[in-house]
Design a protein around this ligand. Structure first.
Ligand SMILES: C[S@@+](CC[C@H](N)C(=O)[O-])C[C@H]1O[C@@H](n2cnc3c(N)ncnc32)[C@H](O)[C@@H]1O
Length: 235
């Protein structure tokens, strides 16, 4: 479905935020990337490459205007972060908010996570992600066609992944949903973290060290409840 209203709003927001030159550069990068064959897809027989602007897609959510276009994380950088985190993956969930065509889900499932969930609000992308996972025959993986703002997180250890999927309006709601899960077993892995100040200021997350090999990705960890209470007392 062509949603010209969404396109017009996004262009206006980007022009106001970035100006004309960066907008033209993004359009050129998009054309270039769409012409390149994707090495991950050639190797795995999947369809995860390319750039997909949201205005072309079927999205039934008022949050469409806050969303960012689809572009995949590279398997190498995600792998570098997961190695670095060194959590007991069998006991952990990996959740990608705005999973697009599901490349991160394949990487995380192959890495050994006990449970892998992708949440994606664009119907075409969620369908492609499900088809990609089915082709890989990976267990314990699911794609939810849903808005990340409404997602209820499962209990237990989790790595929540985001590649700059949406702006503050949606991220604030995600953080509220995560607040009760904010203990030491929660990690937020955020690529191109445009809304990092929101995580820094939410009161239940602290910055974690950088993973070597993934310079564009920042990591936060939940603050253990006891440490949080102590910090609140001294504040
Ligand atoms: C930059 S792409 C990242 C794709 C994938 N996470 C990766 O790293 O390969 C951002 C994705 O977030 C999705 N998205 C944006 N807002 C969303 C929302 N509110 N709920 C669910 N998905 C959303 C977009 O449709 C897009 O597929």
């Amino acid at each position: 479905m062509l949603n010209v209203q969404i396109l017009a709003k996004k262009v206006a927001r980007m022009l106001a935020r970035e100006g004309v030159a960066p907008l033209c550069r993004r359009a050129l990068a998009q054309l270039r990337q769409q012409r390149q064959a994707d090495a991950f897809d050639l190797e795995h027989g999947t369809e995860t490459g390319g750039l997909e602007p949201l205005w072309k897609l079927d999205i039934d959510s008022p949050n469409a205007r806050y969303g960012e276009r689809y572009e995949a994380t590279t398997a190498q950088e995600l792998h570098a972060v997961l190695e670095f985190l060194n959590v007991p993956v069998r006991d952990y969930s990996f959740i990608d908010l705005g999973c697009g065509k599901g490349r991160t889900l394949i990487v995380a499932a192959r890495f050994g996570f006990g449970r892998v969930v992708g949440v994606e609000f664009a119907r075409e992308l969620a369908d492609t992600a499900s088809a990609n996972l089915a082709r890989q025959a990976l267990g314990n993986t699911a794609v939810l066609h849903a808005d990340a703002a409404a997602y209820e997180f499962p209990p237990g250890g989790k790595v929540v992944y985001m590649y700059n999927p949406f702006s503050e309006e949606v991220l604030a709601r995600v953080l509220e949903n995560l607040r009760e899960h904010g203990d030491g077993s929660l990690y937020i892995v955020y690529k191109s973290p445009r809304c990092a100040p929101l995580l820094d200021g939410c009161g239940f997350l602290k910055r974690h060290a950088h993973a070597p090999g993934a310079p564009h990705i920042e990591i936060w960890q939940g603050i253990a409840v006891n440490a949080r209470l102590a910090a609140e007392k001294t504040a």
